[in-house]
Design a protein around this ligand. Structure first.
Ligand SMILES: [Zn+2]
Length: 427
């Protein structure tokens, strides 16, 4: 896939400025604070980078400079073997290891490199950045980078959003026990998308090198189970929050009318691009959720809590249900951000082992296992899953504070959840 990025220069702002700043910092150029504001210091860093790479040092990130950045951001380069090359010399040139090159090129024989042969060379940088605004374009770039580096992962598309963006699925493992994790049903809660993406990267690295994570044998989990991850259920909503409302949005006028809060989309928008709250659009007590709406001040499409005109009215929820029905998930995890709480109850249903597994997750993360049904425990993904399959489903609320949580909470959230993500397939 080709991702076209806008030109950035002094005065530019937004998620892609943040991305460039994060990258420059990582490869040894100091852009100043990673704040999404393209100032003098970022310009100086771009000029230094351009100079070192034989580009015109104009301090503007146009198509040529983006091209250079993109190969770093994807995390790999395609290299054509020249006379005298060895994997060791290439590893040195790209700040990586011979082992990482071999992982990215199954079947490559290091003793018989052919001149003219094209190989994938991963950089010694991680693919998934965890200090930036994680837009849909960045998600796509990272999936491409992970696929190149770890060709053994399988990626698929569960369906499309209203605006035609892909609902990507990444599968880890080849075993018969299936579990599913998803994030970002709610647009403001996008921080959980890089949490799942970073888990994918760490899990793949451990699988490739045969190492463990927190004492868990990753190759063993890989052989016994298949973990299906949908890291961004609501890409249109996430981009509205992170990139703002653009004039070419087909819902431009409606969105302005639907946002009656007087506050920017970046602070209030949880719904999909048609103003439907996807986690109130599933057929699990949908009518009861609907009845609550007037008491919540909800009378139609808007930033939050509108359940849509009828259950599964949205392509995103329809895709999630179709995807789920194509599998036999032992359990599911739906990631949200409010409260460091794990919700597991749906109505008064008694699901075998659901409490016990929930307690194990609570111990692993330090989160509280909620003993009361979630006040909004209607019409959500986990509610629908529990009702449909009578198997355990969990809503995990990962952070504390006002949405959107600052990306500075990433490390805390990741480290609290990593063991849950390792445990779920084998518990
Ligand atoms: Zn949520």
């Amino acid at each position: 896939m080709v991702i076209v990025m806008e030109t950035l220069t002094v005065g530019s702002r937004g998620p892609y400025v943040k991305l460039v700043q994060s990258l420059l910092a990582r490869i040894g150029y100091n852009p100043g604070p990673i704040d999404g504001v393209f100032g003098q210091q970022t310009q100086q860093a771009v000029i230094a980078f351009q100079r070192d790479n034989g580009l015109t040092p104009d301090g503007i990130v146009g198509p040529l400079t983006w091209n250079y950045f993109n190969s770093f951001l994807r995390g790999y380069d395609t290299y054509t073997i020249r006379p005298g090359d060895t994997l060791f010399s290439l590893a040195q040139k790209y700040y990586t290891t011979v082992n990482a090159i071999l992982t990215a090129n199954p079947g490559l024989n290091p003793l018989y490199l052919r001149v003219g042969q094209r190989i994938t060379v991963p950089y010694g940088l991680d693919v998934v950045f965890t200090d930036i605004d994680y837009t849909y374009s960045i998600l796509e770039m990272d999936i491409e980078g992970l696929e190149a580096r770890y060709p053994f992962i399988e990626t698929d598309i569960a369906g499309k959003s209203v605006l035609g963006k892909n609902l990507y699925v990444i599968r880890l493992g080849t075993g018969p026990v299936e579990v599913h994790y998803n994030a970002s049903h709610h647009a403001l809660e996008w921080i959980n998308t890089p949490v799942l993406m970073k888990f994918i990267e760490n899990f793949c690295r451990a699988y490739a090198t045969g190492s463990t994570i927190r004492g868990y044998n990753v190759r063993d989990i890989w052989a016994r189970s298949s973990i299906y991850i949908i890291p961004m259920v609501n890409p249109d909503g996430v981009d509205l929050v992170l990139e703002g409302l653009k004039p070419d949005n087909p819902y431009y006028q409606q969105l302005l009318a639907w946002n009656t809060t007087g506050r920017p989309f970046s602070q209030v928008w949880q719904a999909n691009i048609r103003g439907t709250d996807l986690n109130r659009n599933y057929p699990a007590c949908w009518e009861q959720a609907k009845e609550q709406e007037p008491s919540l001040g909800v009378y139609g499409p808007g930033p939050t809590r509108y359940g849509g005109p009828y259950p599964l009215s949205e392509p995103e929820t329809q895709s999630m249900v179709n995807f789920t029905r194509q599998h036999s998930f032992k359990l599911v995890l739906a990631y949200h951000t409010q409260g460091r709480v794990i919700y597991w109850l749906y109505k008064n249903m008694q699901i075998p082992r659901a409490r016990e597994i929930g307690e194990t997750f609570a111990r692993a993360s330090g989160y509280t296992l909620s003993q009361t049904p979630y006040e909004a425990a209607y019409a959500g993904y986990k509610d629908w899953f529990i009702e449909e399959y009578q198997r355990p489903g969990y809503t995990i609320e990962t952070g504390i504070g006002t949405n959107p949580l600052p990306i500075s909470q990433f490390d805390t959230i990741y480290s609290r959840n990593e063991e849950i993500l390792l445990l779920a397939p084998i518990i």
